[in-house]
Design a protein around this ligand. Structure first.
Ligand code: TRP
Ligand code: ZN
Length: 853
């Protein structure tokens, strides 16, 4: 293990030197690719005598200062160059082998095309540089390559020159007028199909829009293009933000570590978030494309025009941009359903991160490998923190804050604190205590007790907050928590709906003139990312399901009712009593099923009862087997209690052609099949008659809840049909990964040898191995440890191949504290084995060493 040192936020220092301009020249030639970087360096600290540049796995063939050879030292990951000059031109020539780059950082090959990924610290794999986001330079780029194999040569900004060089080679030059940090640099060279369109901004400028996809996929690029145009129009109308270059390009590549990347004017996307047609993509895929295209587009202002001072500030751009893409999706579709999806991410993934060994604040204090901090905490809890400010300031105050933020900081690299200060100054709202959300990690618990005094007609809520210690931070302070609540009368009337600020460890809210005890809808719309502890009765929850004004609150109540019933039965099992279902729960579900006025997509969310993972997150320690048994029992009881209604609803929806209907239909089908094999025929017919991927996959997923002959035969039919479409084969891999069963691992091990799978492609790895570990808890946690072994073997392979992906899929293994002693022992042993690897990557080292600490 090479020496690993954590970096600390408190050690941040402004750079000694900066680079104002860089001219890059790429000669792309397979394993002998040459990069010439000519940088204009300026000293900003007059006492500095050494220029220190970042670099990784680089071969330098030439280095000049003002055109003259100059001495330098290569010190582990850095280049030191002694000089007294206040400003100078630095020329560095490096040789790269993009074909050998399987980590997919820096310059690499994706399926025959050259492409780059520089965030967070990938630019240093291209040339020695001041690879930190507070160094902003203007870039010009010249790319030279074989013309037949690489007809398109792309980089950031505007295309300013091009020409033929003879002997089959050509070149293109690009210039980006906006100063940017190195992480936003991009280059792509390849042969593509091109979808072109244009957008006229509100001030009347015409922007050329281009989506590049692998040959033969042009017909699958339209939804991405449409999403881009919607994003551009929405950012103008909601945020008054306009695009700033004459061209906006999106390139879809097969090999990509994440979803997409917001490089200035040249976004690089995972094909998963570009390619779609009705046959091959689900409604969820369509939605994912719209939200990721939006996300990357919105970064142009929140990330690119105003960027981060240092990587500890990542949530400055990511939390804010996730908030913006969530608002975009909500304005384009169902606000309630989008909110429910966001809440689910926090409750089953972010809460899990908080209660595991990698707990960190949305602005972390220390980092070993930056790639490990592109997390649900920084992104999604970060978005919740922005949303709370929006709740406290209101849309108008928030927009005033955004305006102030851009007026102050356009063209700068700034901190989260700068953002909060702009919000505060523009709105006049005091956010001093609120700032703790940036520095404090862990999930706050909000405990609420109610009391009703009939004589005084007073209703009182006692609210207390407590954040449990996390491994990174033992002391916690009270936070500023916006508590949105509604009080509902027994006849369903809304008595009050208001946001209160909870700031003390304990405080009281008293409501007078309450002629009767109201039912409280607490933490409406999930107004803060906290665990709510309130002892709701079954009646109260049913009342909320019926009368809460907010659709999200209805869903929350249904999920709470279900969860309570599951945990009640876990207790029964422990006491060796038989399990029990409250008929009122079944009736409540039936009531919703019969309510034709209820939004279908919302009802589908209700019927997708809390997953095993969500339930695991609700407790400190879990008996996984009892929990699974209780959950299954309850679903079967509810489904058989509502069988007629489910079948009727299913039939009625079968012919409807909209995403909400499909979601509800598939939710009904899933329940029916979980209840009885007799309904398999419904799934078979749906699969055979499907004219879209949502229906095909819905049928397969419903069948996939249990091993059966029909399941096997339809899965193999699916495989034959889609063998040539990798993104669809990913769905097939995931179905295999998520099928329950004690001996899943034998089948999955075989699948790693299947032609549809490859360890070098992150989408394949995530679809098979990532999905197994994260979404099939019963098989992953087999008591014999076979699931852990399978994941560990894959991680050991990926440790050298693609450390970023390895460190991402290890997550379920480091969250072992929730499980029983026997399982913990096996999980720890697997982690020990990984920690002992001779060439362990920084990425894995950080996570595994923290887990075992
Ligand atoms: N900034 C990208 C986004 O959220 C994230 C990203 C894409 C990324 N590729 C990456 C982060 C590689 C780290 C490494 O839109
Ligand atoms: Zn982002």
């Amino acid at each position: 293990m090479a020496q690993v040192k954590a970096k600390y936020l408190k050690d941040y220092r402004a750079p000694d030197h900066t680079i104002t301009q860089v001219d890059l020249s790429f000669v792309l030639d397979g394993a002998n690719t040459q990069v010439t970087a000519v940088s204009q360096v300026r000293r900003v600290n007059d006492t500095a005598k050494t220029l220190v540049l970042d670099g990784e796995s680089l071969t330098v063939s030439q280095l000049l200062v003002n055109g003259q050879a100059h001495e330098y030292r290569e010190v582990e990951g850095q280049l030191h160059l002694d000089t007294d000059l206040a400003s100078f031109e630095l020329t560095i020539v490096t040789q790269l082998d993009p074909q050998a780059n399987l980590a997919l950082e820096g310059l690499y090959m994706s399926d025959g095309a050259y492409c780059t990924q520089c965030e967070a610290e990938g630019f240093r794999r291209i040339t020695y540089f001041l690879d930190r986001p507070d160094v902003l330079a203007v870039y010009s780029v010249r790319i030279e390559a074989d013309k037949a194999a690489f007809p398109y040569l792309l980089s950031n900004g505007n295309r300013v020159d091009s020409g033929d060089l003879g002997n089959g080679r050509h070149f293109v030059c690009w210039q980006d007028p906006f100063p940017k940090p190195a992480y936003l640099f991009a280059l792509v060279a390849g042969d593509f199909d091109l979808l072109s369109d244009s957008f006229t901004t509100k001030s009347g400028r015409e922007v050329a829009l281009q989506v590049f996809v692998d040959k033969g996929n042009l017909h699958k690029a339209h939804h991405a293009m449409l999403s881009l145009k919607k994003s551009m129009a929405w950012d103008e109308s909601r945020f008054d933000l306009e695009y700033d270059l004459d061209i906006y390009m999106i390139v879809a590549v097969d090999f990509f570590n994440m979803g997409a990347m917001e490089n200035k004017g040249l976004n690089v996307f995972n094909t998963k978030y570009v390619l779609a047609d009705k046959d091959s993509a689900t409604d969820e895929d369509y939605h994912g494309i719209e939200s990721v295209v939006g996300h990357e587009y919105f970064h142009n202002w929140t990330g690119n025009r105003v960027t981060c001072r240092d990587w500890f500030q990542l949530s400055l751009k990511e939390g804010l941009t996730v908030f913006r893409d969530q608002e975009f999706s909500s304005d384009m579709g169902s606000r309630a359903v989008n909110r429910i999806h966001a809440i689910k991410v926090i409750k089953n993934q972010q809460f899990a991160e908080d209660s595991g060994p990698m707990a960190h604040a949305i602005r972390p204090d220390s980092v070993i490998e930056m790639n490990n901090f592109y997390t649900v905490t920084v992104y999604n809890k970060g978005a919740e923190v922005i949303r709370m400010m929006h709740t406290l300031l209101g849309e108008q105050g928030f927009q005033a804050g955004m305006k102030c933020y851009f007026e102050r900081h356009d063209g700068q690299a700034v901190t989260c604190d700068d953002f909060v200060a702009a919000m505060e100054d523009a709105s006049g709202v005091d956010l001093s205590q609120f700032r703790r959300w940036y520095s404090q990690s862990g999930t706050p618990e909000l405990t609420i007790l109610e009391a009703y005094d009939a004589d005084k007609q007073a209703y009182r809520l006692t609210v207390s907050q407590h954040t449990p210690a996390t491994p990174d931070q033992s002391e916690k302070l009270p936070l500023h928590i916006p508590l949105d609540l509604e009080l509902i009368a027994s006849d369903g009337r809304s008595l009050l709906s208001q946001v209160f600020s909870v700031t003390e460890t304990e405080q009281e809210l008293v409501f007078s003139e309450m002629a009767e005890r109201p039912v409280p809808s607490l933490l409406q719309n999930f107004s803060a990312p906290v665990r709510l502890k309130f002892d709701y009765s079954v009646e109260q929850l049913i009342h909320l399901m019926r009368y809460a004004s907010s659709e999200v609150a209805k869903w929350e109540a249904s999920a709470a009712l279900f969860s309570q019933a599951v945990w009640g039965n876990v207790e029964h099992l422990k006491a060796q009593q038989s399990m029990y279902v409250d008929p009122r729960l079944v009736d409540a579900v039936k009531g919703l099923l019969l309510d034709e006025a209820l939004d279908k997509a919302l009802l589908a969310e209700v019927l997708n009862f809390p997953s095993l993972n969500t339930l695991v997150e609700q407790v400190g320690q879990v008996d996984l087997d009892a929990l699974a048994a209780a959950r299954e029992f309850l679903i079967e009881e509810i489904a058989s209690g509502c069988e007629d209604e489910l079948v009727a609803r299913y039939r009625e929806l079968a012919s409807q052609d909209d995403a909400g209907a499909r979601a509800l239909k598939n939710a009904c089908l899933t329940l029916l099949l979980q209840m009885s094999d007799a309904h398999q025929v419904l799934a078979q017919r749906q699969y055979e008659q499907a004219n879209n991927m949502t229906d095909s996959l819905g049928a397969l997923a419903a069948l996939n809840q249990e091993a059966s002959q029909l399941r096997d035969s339809l899965l193999s039919d699916f495989q034959q049909k889609w063998a040539d479409t990798p993104l669809v084969m990913d769905k097939w891999l995931t179905l295999h990964a998520c099928c329950p069963g004690e001996d899943r691992v034998t089948a999955l091990r075989e699948l790693t040898l299947h032609s549809a799978f490859s360890f070098s492609n992150p989408n394949r790895v995530r679809s098979l191995i990532g999905a197994f570990a994260a979404a099939n808890p019963l098989s992953f946690h087999q008591p014999d440890g076979s699931g852990y072994r399978f994941l560990t073997e894959a991680i050991i392979k990926l440790n050298t191949l693609n450390p970023q992906v390895a460190a991402r899929i290890i997550t379920p293994l480091i969250q072992f504290k929730k499980f029983d002693e026997q399982r913990q022992k096996l999980m720890r042993a697997a982690l020990e084995e990984i920690l002992a690897l001779p060439d362990l990557s920084k990425d894995l080292y950080e996570k595994v060493s923290k887990a075992l600490a």
